[in-house]
Design a protein around this ligand. Structure first.
Ligand code: F0G
Length: 353
């Protein structure tokens, strides 16, 4: 039986890598396409969820990190650095551990989830809390990489997008062609840029006959690509996408424009409602940021957009267990039911008798 080998081995001839690049992999990618019966029924469309929470560290970041770390190691790096809202750092720390090199993580103090922080720490990353936001952390990380012997593995490193574009390949390989519409949450804007690159490459090589419309959804308090200007003090409950000045601004704008798509925004309430619905209707638990695309689909449906008969793919970017505090905070009606260790008491409490 074939076991998925990770995105470098599966797509090596599609990746533009330096010669003699080693393969540092945790067998990332090969994530499931799950049919959303709920969204398909609601929209009259064929809606697929690309469930990126099934990656080794629980987010899509692993696709880019296997490539970025492999290339860095091939070039002799002994340490890597990144700024992060949590998932990039979790992924980088894991791949650096696998490679046996040092991981230096810069995160906005008090603004990343406990689960993601735990990942960076247990993988042996050195975590530096910055009194500032993600954009400040990225600026410092860039400077550190310029002035000290550490390799920057944020998505400004083109090797990250090179790996992340494999998400598109997997979708087309599965569906047989590109979908009509691709929806995803957008923060630092690397992922939408990578997906668009992948779709264009498959079209150019004849592996697909078309490219999808790309729709990126930002959180309302952190929506620079919607407003057309950086946001100095971004805010949102979706901490993964609390970013005011996306590094891949130009690439992302090009993706939206060339594909006939757009960037739009959803409120924190819409994000949390979509997260809860997705978990209870489809059995797919994602972190808040990852629900922004689903929230966007619901907004467009409510506005009267007609997606009937369309094939729609929604990338849900990270696992719900990354941030259980936020997930549970939406359950204001959550009341523990405590009973004696007794079947009658349990049945009565459950309303079964
Ligand atoms: N969803 C999740 C769960 C994320 O962690 C991120 C970005 C995004 C969506 C947005 O993707 O930045 O490519 O537009 N997280 C980064 C991090 C910034 O540091 O983990 P993007």
């Amino acid at each position: 039986t074939h076991q998925w080998l990770g995105v470098i081995e599966e797509y090596r001839d599609r990746l533009d890598l330096p010669e003699n690049t080693p393969t540092i992999t945790l067998r990332e990618g090969g994530t499931p396409m799950v049919a959303s019966d709920w969204l398909s029924g609601l929209l009259g469309a064929e809606v697929w969820l690309k469930v990126e929470g099934n990656n080794p560290t629980g987010s899509f970041k692993d696709r880019g990190m296997t490539v970025a770390l492999s290339v860095a190691v091939g070039q002799g790096a002994k340490a890597v650095v990144c700024a992060s809202t949590g998932n990039t750092s979790a992924s980088m720390a894991a791949y650096a551990a696998k490679a046996g090199i040092k991981a230096l993580v810069l995160v906005p103090q008090g603004k990343i989830s406990a689960g993601k922080l735990a990942q960076a720490v247990v993988h042996g990353g050195q975590v530096i809390m910055v009194r500032g936001n993600f954009d400040d952390c990225l600026k410092i990380s860039r400077q550190l990489a310029e002035e000290y012997p550490v390799a920057l593995v944020n998505s400004v490193n083109p090797m990250r997008l090179e790996g992340q574009k494999t998400g598109s390949f997997e979708i087309v390989d599965f569906l047989g062609d590109a979908p009509d519409v691709h929806v995803l949450p957008t923060g630092n804007a690397g992922n939408i840029s990578a997906y668009w690159k992948g779709y264009k490459e498959y079209l150019a090589s004849g592996d697909s006959t078309r490219t999808p419309v790309m729709r990126g959804w930002q959180a309302a308090g952190s929506a620079p690509l919607v407003l057309g200007a950086p946001v100095p003090d971004p805010e949102t409950v979706a901490s993964a996408i609390r970013i005011g000045n996306p590094a891949s601004w130009d690439l992302a704008m090009a993706a939206a424009q060339e594909s006939g798509g757009a960037f739009r925004k959803v409120t924190d309430e819409q994000i949390l409602a979509a997260q809860r619905e997705l978990a209870s209707q489809d059995g797919v638990f994602v972190e808040p940021a990852s629900a922004a695309g689903v929230a966007g689909l619901l907004v467009e449906h409510a506005e009267g957009a007609d997606l009937r008969g369309k094939q729609v793919v929604v990338t849900v970017t990270g696992h719900g267990l990354k941030d259980i505090d936020t997930a549970l905070s939406t359950f204001t009606d959550l009341v523990d039911t405590v009973v004696d260790a007794d079947v009658t008491a349990a049945a009565r409490a459950a309303g079964l008798d």
